[in-house]
Write a protein that binds this ligand. Structure first.
Ligand code: NI
Length: 149
């Protein structure tokens, strides 16, 4: 038996904090692997892990549907010697000045740089900014972490 409660931050109907209990069937192998995973992640119960999964899936779906703004970070590393990477990064950042709240730069070693941008805005535009930066020759890795505002 798994307990699922409505989360008020998601503004779901019936916000009266009423708790509904639901039963979930797992095949034993899936349940064993799920239990292993949530133990590693530090969850105290299956219920809490399932609630987090549900919230995450709902939030992701709402972000994909483009409802409301998102806020988060875009982190990437690049080799500043490669091609025209510095100029291209600055051009793209200025094209998206409306979505970038903050930029930071760390010189990791002789060649590599790390930048973290704090981004906010329409999901469509934040994703385009991410795609444009990832596509620059010299950018090795780019990771966008966003949540709904
Ligand atoms: Ni640098």
């Amino acid at each position: 038996m798994v307990k699922v409660e409505y989360s008020h931050y998601l503004d779901l109907p019936g916000k009266s904090m009423a708790v509904e209990r639901v039963g979930v069937s797992f095949d034993p192998e899936l349940l064993r692997r799920f239990d292993d995973l949530i133990r590693k992640k530090g969850y105290q119960s299956r219920s809490e892990a399932l609630r987090d999964l549900a919230r995450g899936a709902i939030m992701e779906s709402e972000i994909d549907e483009g409802k409301g703004d998102v806020i988060g970070t875009l982190t990437y590393i690049y080799d500043h010697h490669e091609g025209d990477v510095n100029n291209r990064l600055v051009d793209i950042q200025h094209d998206h000045h409306g979505e970038i709240l903050f930029t930071s730069h760390v010189h990791m070693d002789h060649d590599m740089c790390l930048e973290v941008l704090i981004v906010k805005g329409e999901p469509r535009r934040v994703r385009r900014l991410t795609d444009n930066i990832r596509a620059i020759k010299g950018v090795k890795h780019g990771d966008l972490v966003i949540t709904k505002v």
